[in-house]
Design a protein around this ligand. Structure first.
Ligand SMILES: C[S@@+](CC[C@H](N)C(=O)[O-])C[C@H]1O[C@@H](n2cnc3c(N)ncnc32)[C@H](O)[C@@H]1O
Length: 332
């Protein structure tokens, strides 16, 4: 991309304090959500008042054949909607999810995820034979999808900073027959001090405020939400992006994703990387998932690099949670 364009430093936001009680917090969140999607607050409220949405992914690493798996799903045919933009995946009615036979899950043939989680892995486009780092891997949904897409033929490094989350990560990877080169618990913001590069591809499915999972119909949904946390995570994300990009090989691909709305954690974090790592550039995301919209280039008076329109947001809908995905490549 053209390097001439001046990137205005988008700081970690100027949030002000939390202030007020739950009502004020709800209003603050709603006002921001409406601005993020450029819609009236009533529309934002409806967007952020939806139940958990589930999808089912077939795991070819289980050894089951696609035809046998499809045959097992046949009784629930009406409640399973195949995705035309992601192989081996179906949107799933919650009640049908409860009714599906346990053995599909206990044998590692099927895994439940929100369909938005498929977008960063498809954007990463992992290939057999590559060395791939999943920086924030637990509980392993995206790591296992990477392994499935590469037929277990990539050298996958699964990392997550929180040691308490590693047992679940290892359990999921074992259940889903994933072969990894390494499972580690290093802090992502210092990953270049712990791991040797280069990696062909790196996924940073970052720790974030998880605003995409907020359901405003639930009274306690904003209990852990605060602007302080938005700022705290945006700082962490910027450091993780900087550290991980140092481990990427020239020509390699880095995908950054979050399940949050906050531009400070999304466009702001990617803009920070573009500003401080001039060898990194955004690339378009060519995935035909519904509800993908270009990322923002402005937020609360701050300008981001114009190339940020190549990153995308997933608008929340019946089956997809709000997500942010950016695909970057290091110059050769
Ligand atoms: C959004 S979740 C990852 C979900 C996972 N990619 C999946 O698809 O199953 C974010 C993860 O980041 C981890 N994390 C938090 N702080 C971190 C840090 N400083 N470095 C690396 N990982 C961190 C959390 O433990 C959490 O598991």
């Amino acid at each position: 991309m053209a390097r001439g364009a001046k990137r205005k430093g988008a700081g970690a936001g100027k949030p002000g304090g939390q202030g007020g009680g739950p009502g004020a917090r709800r209003q603050q969140f709603l006002t921001r959500a409406a601005r993020v999607f450029d819609v009236p607050e009533g529309v934002a409220e409806a967007l952020m008042s939806q139940g958990r949405r589930q999808s089912l992914r077939f795991n070819p690493l289980s050894g089951a054949s696609r035809s046998d798996f499809a045959a097992q799903l046949a009784p629930w045919g009406d409640a399973l909607i195949p995705l035309d933009w992601c192989e081996d995946a179906w949107h799933l009615d919650l009640e049908a999810g409860k009714a599906l036979p346990d053995k599909l899950f206990s044998s590692g043939q099927a895994f439940i995820q929100n369909a938005s989680s498929f977008v960063p892995v498809l954007a990463l486009d992992p290939q057999p034979g590559e060395r791939i780092l999943d920086l924030c891997a637990a509980p392993g949904g995206k790591t296992s999808h990477i392994a499935a897409l590469t037929g277990n033929q990539a050298e996958i490094w699964a990392n997550d900073a929180l040691p308490a989350r590693l047992p679940k990560l290892v359990e999921v990877l074992n259940l889903l027959h994933v072969r990894t080169a390494s499972v580690s618990a290093h802090p992502g913001q210092f990953i270049d001090r712990f791991l040797e590069g280069p990696f062909d591809r790196i996924l940073i499915d970052a720790q974030c405020t998880g605003e995409g999972m907020i359901d405003l119909r639930r009274a306690a949904t904003l209990r852990y939400w605060s602007m302080e946390r938005v700022v705290e995570y945006s700082r962490l994300q910027r450091k993780m992006l900087m550290a991980a990009s140092k481990l990427l090989k020239p020509g390699g691909v880095l995908v950054y994703s979050t399940c949050t709305l906050a531009p400070e954690e999304n466009e702001g974090s990617v803009n920070h990387l573009l500003t401080h790592a001039p060898d990194m550039s955004l690339e378009p995301i060519e995935i035909a998932a519904p509800g993908l919209i270009p990322a923002r280039t402005r937020w609360e008076g701050e300008s981001f690099d114009p190339s940020l329109t190549m990153a995308c947001r997933v608008s929340p809908s019946r089956f997809l949670e709000a997500f942010f995905v950016a695909r970057l490549r290091k110059d050769v």
